[in-house]
Design a protein around this ligand. Structure first.
Ligand code: NCD
Length: 323
């Protein structure tokens, strides 16, 4: 896995581990520029003639459509493969052949796949950059980058923030990537998870090694009182595999009710806090909270467009430098 170290060109984006702070600054600068340009109603064909393949073995609304929108706004084309029937790729074989095929006629491939490590396997076989759009319970680096970008825009800084990560911290790949990213900015992380859904110990160890404080709180109202950012996630029902006790709506609802964000809970959160969610939500943030100005989840979606446009420009390079 190649580190970025100031140069994104031609590199696969697999994990947050590839990024240093200067790399993130480069990305955010490009995203800011593209946002300004796009909001002025302009669209420069930086990716004219290029093709991105969206290869999705798991369902997606935001990641696939925002990558498609990003590529098209930059003048490129998209091959959308959204309904791949999942067959075993434990040896990497099927996936390897698929990405090698798609790499023949596209300039980059966004891959979402149910197996952890699949993006790395794909990158080993593809001679075009692979962008990890979520690999099982592993990582979701582009989501974490847009989350961090949102935090910067909402909070005005990234340093020494208090961030609560709430929900299914065991299976949630977005929190796995975001926690690693926040480690580089001296964040204090507060974890609120139902029993059995805690942050993996390996990640807790890594965060501790980065000398970031970690706190575990069980009551959501207690947890929000001094947070700058409250980042909520859903229970990943599709990853429950063997746990038949957790199948069914009632079992899931019971888990979510333990940390449900309501207007009452938000009364305890600071006026200056930011409420985030990678979406989709399935009840863990009450819709009555949406009109609260601290609710940033749809601004988060919008920011994802600019981060993904920026990433495509940096990884693929621009066919024109400036119009
Ligand atoms: C997330 C994912 O796929 O991990 N969705 C997204 O990309 N915004 C979160 C989720 O599905 O819960």
């Amino acid at each position: 896995m190649d580190k970025i170290v100031g140069d994104y060109l031609g590199k696969s984006i697999i994990s947050i581990e590839q990024f240093g702070r200067p790399d993130i600054e480069i990305l955010f600068e490009e995203a800011n520029r593209l946002q300004t340009v796009t909001e002025r109603g302009l669209c420069y064909p930086y990716q004219d003639g290029r093709i991105l393949t969206n290869l999705f073995y798991e369902s997606s609304t935001r990641t696939s459509s925002s990558f498609a929108a990003a590529m098209q706004r930059l003048g490129g084309g998209v091959i959308p493969i959204n309904d791949v029937t999942y067959s075993s790729v434990s040896k990497g074989e099927n996936l390897a052949d698929t990405v090698r095929t798609l790499a023949q006629f596209s300039d980059a491939i966004v891959l979402r796949h149910p197996e952890q490590g699949s993006a790395q396997i794909a990158a080993e076989y593809s001679d075009k950059p692979i962008i990890n759009g979520g690999d099982g319970i592993g990582e979701h680096p582009t989501q974490a980058l847009l989350d961090l970008y949102t935090i910067q825009r909402e909070q005005g800084t990234l340093d020494n923030l208090r961030v609560a990560l709430v929900g299914d911290l065991k299976h949630g790949r977005t929190v796995h990537s975001l926690a690693q990213l926040l480690m580089g900015y001296g964040a204090t992380l507060t974890y609120v998870a139902p029993e059995g859904f805690e942050m993996p110990s390996e990640l807790v160890k890594r965060v501790a090694e980065a000398r970031c404080e970690q706190v575990v709180v069980s009551d959501i109202t207690d947890a929000v009182v001094d947070q700058d950012v409250i980042y909520v996630t859903r229970v990943q029902a599709e990853r429950m595999g063997g746990r038949s006790d957790l199948h069914g709506r009632n079992a899931l609802k019971k888990l979510q009710d333990g940390y449900r964000i309501t207007p009452d809970v938000m009364e305890h959160a600071p006026e200056t806090s930011t409420l985030m969610h990678p979406l989709p939500r399935v009840g863990e943030i009450d819709m009555a909270v949406d009109k609260d100005p601290r609710a940033a989840y749809f601004r988060q979606v919008q920011n994802g467009l600019y981060i993904r446009m920026a990433l495509l420009n940096l990884v693929l390079g621009k066919v024109i430098d400036r119009v």
